[in-house]
Design a protein around this ligand. Sequence first.
Ligand code: A3D
Length: 320
Amino acid sequence: MARPKIALIGAGQIGGTLAHLAALKELGDVVLFDIAEGTPEGKALDIAESGPSGKFDAALSGTQSYEDIAGADVCIVTAGVPRKPGMSRDDLLGINLKVMKSVGEGIRDHAPNAFVICITNPLDAMVWALREFSGLPHEKVCGMAGVLDSARFRHFLASEFDVSMKDVTAFVLGGHGDTMVPLVRYSTVAGIPLPDLVKMGWTTQEKLDAIVQRTRDGGAEIVGLLKTGSAFYAPATSAIEMAESYLKDQKRVLPCAAYVEGAYGLKGFYVGVPTVIGAGGIERVVEISMDKDEQAMFDNSVSAVKGLVEACKGIDNTLA
Ligand code: A3D
C-alpha cells in the first residue's frame, strides 16, 4: 500500500519542523510548498539527508507548484506571517486573509479529499476563511490551537506539581488568543481535578491563577524571548498529534478549532472545542457543561472570534 501523502503549505519555522516530525514518525511522504523559492526544496533535501541516521523511510520534496500537492491525504497550513514582539495575533488578519485565499483555492483544486489543519493566525478566523475559500466539507477542515494551549497548561502544571506530564490532563476551550478559557475544573492529575489538588495542599489558588494566566500568555512569552518570530516546536508537535489521529483513525479526543453547528448554542462558525478526530475528520464535537463563570469567559471568547470573522467579511466581500 502506498504511503499517505502529507502536504505542508508554508515551509517556514513550523513547516520545516512539521516535515521533520512527520518523517521521523514515518507518517507518510511529505511535500513542502512555499512561495519562497528554494526554501521548501532546501528543507526537504536537508531532512531527507537525515533519513539514514534518523532511520526513517519517507520521501520529501519541495515545490512552488500546487500541482505537486495533488491527492494529499493531509494538508497542514502555516503559510502567512507570524507575530513580532508587540503585535497581537489579530494584527495579522489582513495579510494572512489574502494568503488563505490562495491556499484555499490551491487545496480546492488539487487536494479536495484532504484533512486540512490550519495553524496560521489569527487562528479561529483564518480556519473559517480557509474553509470558505476551499469549499471542503466542514468536518475535513479544522484549526490547531487547543492541543498547543492545553500542552502549555499541562507543562506548567507538571512543573508546579513535580509529576510526569503524561499524568496531567488539561482542558482549554474557546478561541486561540487572549480570551482562551483554560478550564481548571476539567483539568486533572491522574484523574484528580485541580480544585481538589488545591484543597490537598499541592498548590495554592494564587499559584494556579498565575499558571492559568501564563497559559493565556504562552504565545507572547515565546515571541518576547525569540524576538524574530513565534513558537514553532510545540505548535508543530501539536498539529502532528492531530494529523496522526486522522491518518491512523485513532479517534483521539483533542481540543481544536472546529466548525460548530448547534453545540454550545452556537451556529455556523469555528471555535475551540473538544473533538474526536478519526478517519472521518472531526467526527464529533464534545459538548461539556459549564458553570456561570466558565460560560461568561467562553461567551467573551466567542464574541472575540465573531468579531474577527466579521472583519474578514469586511476585507473580502466574496466572504460576506
Ligand atoms: P514563518 O517561519 O514566517 O513561515 C511562514 C511561511 O509562509 C514562510 O516561509 C512564507 O514564505 C510562507 N508564505 C507566505 N505567504 C505564502 C503563500 N501565499 N503561500 C505559501 N506560503 C506562503 O512562520 P511560522 O512557521 O513561524 O508561523 C506560521 C503561522 O503560524 C503564523 O501565522 C503564526 O502566527 C502561526 N502560529 C500559530 C500558532 C497557533 O497556535 C495557532 C502558533 C504559532 C504560530
